[in-house]
Design a protein around this ligand. Sequence first.
Ligand SMILES: Nc1ncnc2c1ncn2[C@@H]1O[C@H](COP(=O)(O)OP(=O)(O)O)[C@@H](O)[C@H]1O
Ligand SMILES: [Mg+2]
Length: 243
Amino acid sequence: MASIAVYSVKGGVGKTTLAVNLAWCASTISRRKTLLWDLDAANGSGFLLGVDPRKKHSADSIFADGSDPAKLIRRTAYEGLDLLPADESLRSLDRHLDRLGKKRRLAKLVEGLAKDYDRIIFDCPPVLNELSAQVMRAADLVIVPLPPSPLSARAFEVVVEEVRGSGKTHPPILPVLSMIDLRRSLHKEAREANPTWPVIPLASAVEQCAVERKPVGAFAPRSPATRAIAQLWTAIERKLAAK
Ligand SMILES: Nc1ncnc2c1ncn2[C@@H]1O[C@H](COP(=O)(O)OP(=O)(O)O)[C@@H](O)[C@H]1O
Ligand SMILES: [Mg+2]
C-alpha cells in the first residue's frame, strides 16, 4: 500500500480536481484498490465523484480512538474506487488532533486501511497545522499543484520549507504545474524554467468535472487533459516503485 497526499498551503490551485482524477487513474488505469480520503471540510472530492453526503457530523469521529473508518467509507460509481468523505466536523479536526496529542494518529489509521487498499489518496485542505503535519507523517509522496508563474519555483520552495518546518522528516515532494496555458507567455516561462515538472493543462474538460460530477477520464477519455493526468499518474507510480 502507498499513500499520496495532494497538498498545498494555497486554495484554488487544483488540489481537489487533481486528487479525484488521480484516484480515478489509480483505480481505472492501474486497477489498484483505491481510497480517496477527503480531509477538506468543503467535501469537494465527494461532490466531484457524485457522492452525496449521508451523515452531517461524523467525519472526525474516526480520529477518536477506536472508531472504524469502514463505517464511513462509501462506494463510488467506479470499480475499485472508494471515498472517505469529508463534512463540517473536519473544521475542528486540527484542534481535536492537538488535544489528542497522538502525532501518528492519521498514520495509524492509514496502516489499518492497508489490508483493504493498494493506494490511499488524500485531498488536503490548504492549511499548515497539526493536520497537515499528520498527513506528512502518513504519506509516501506529496503532490503539490502550483499555478504557473515565474514565481512557481519560489512558491514550491515555500511549501517545502513549511513542510520541513512541520517535522524533522518528510516524504518526497513532487511539484506539478497545474492549469497551464502555453499560449500565455508567463505560463510558457514557468514551463521553461521548470522543464522536468509534470504539467496539467488549463482545460475546459477539467472544469467540466464539476458540472458532470465525474473524473475527466470518465466523460472525455481522449482529451489532452485526460492524457496529461494519466501521464502524471504513471510518473507517480514510477516514483513509488523507486522508493
Ligand atoms: N486543469 C484545470 N483546468 C481548468 N480548470 C481547473 C483545472 N484544475 C482545476 N480547475 C478549476 O479550478 C478551480 C479550483 O480547483 P480545486 O480543485 O477546487 O482547487 P483546490 O482544491 O486547490 O482549492 C475549480 O473551479 C476547478 O474546476
Ligand atoms: Mg480542495
